[in-house]
Design a protein around this ligand. Structure first.
Ligand code: ATP
Length: 242
């Protein structure tokens, strides 16, 4: 994202925002409530986006500024929104199957686009998330919060995902469950998918991230390695309250 200015109506939400995520890394975008984290992901993904009035967004060499969500998605960017979009009355296996059907359908009209990572098979998903295999016959609505988060991530991986956008995957999860989601995210990165991780839980995000940005009132106020942010007490106290 280069010098992006984005608005919801008259409200200027993202201000001259520049950030870049390198291929193969986990990049953390951190900040307080209302700082503009979700808006940043919406601006990239085209899902209920604000209006971009300045700057540009590119992905893997193509300009994707203000591109409709389905066009962004076929380029290999998958978003797991905060509200964890799963079908509560379907089983785990049915949720995964449905994601696969949708992916195959959209594959028929994306022939021109080259992918580095094609959608994961159900076997691969169960290897990465053994808990989901154990519970494959269970209705998704009865899974624990952490299991639902894993299912939401697994559904996103059913698409061809070169860049995974995760919006607060740790929200509402107990520390022990956060560890499970954390290791799943690390395995996904090891398999070659790049990750932009948005979190309020800065400590947990910094632990697995390579690089980090801190956003405050729609502006980037810190940009560096996760290591540098860990050592920067002033930034953490001032903008993250930790
Ligand atoms: P949280 O951690 O609470 O989810 P956030 O950092 O993700 O916060 P955003 O959801 O990006 O914050 O919101 C940034 C600002 O944009 C907030 O002031 C919010 O009220 C405003 N905003 C978000 N969506 C809209 C919208 N559709 N219309 C108008 N203002 C909006």
């Amino acid at each position: 994202m280069r010098n992006v200015d984005a608005y919801y109506g008259q409200s200027h939400i993202l201000r001259d925002l520049s950030l870049s995520v390198e291929e193969g890394e986990i990049c953390a975008l951190l900040g307080r409530n209302g700082a503009g984290k979700t808006t940043t992901l919406r601006t990239i993904s085209g899902a209920t986006p604000p209006e971009v009035r300045g700057g540009s967004i590119s992905f893997d060499g193509s300009d994707i500024t203000s591109m409709p969500a389905e066009d962004v998605s076929v380029r290999g960017i998958s978003l797991v929104p905060e509200e964890r979009r799963i079908f509560p009355n379907l089983t785990v296996a049915e949720n995964l199957h449905l994601a696969e059907v949708v992916n195959n359908k959209s594959n028929t009209w994306r022939r021109n686009v080259q992918f580095k990572h094609s959608g994961a098979s159900t076997e691969q998903i169960y290897d990465d998330f053994p808990r989901l295999e154990e519970r494959k016959g269970q209705k998704a609505g009865t899974l624990s919060g952490g299991e639902q988060q894993m299912l939401a991530i697994a559904r996103a991986l059913k698409q061809n995902t070169d860049l995974l956008l995760l919006d607060e995957p740790y929200e509402g999860l107990a520390p022990k469950i956060i560890e499970n989601v954390e290791s799943a995210v690390q395995r996904i990165r090891e398999a070659g998918t790049t990750i932009l991780l948005v979190e309020q839980n800065a400590a947990a995000a910094i632990k697995i991230a390579d690089s980090a940005y801190v956003i405050d009132q729609g502006q980037i106020v810190f940009d560096g390695t996760a290591e540098e942010l860990r050592a920067d007490d002033e930034t953490r106290e001032r903008y993250l309250g930790v």
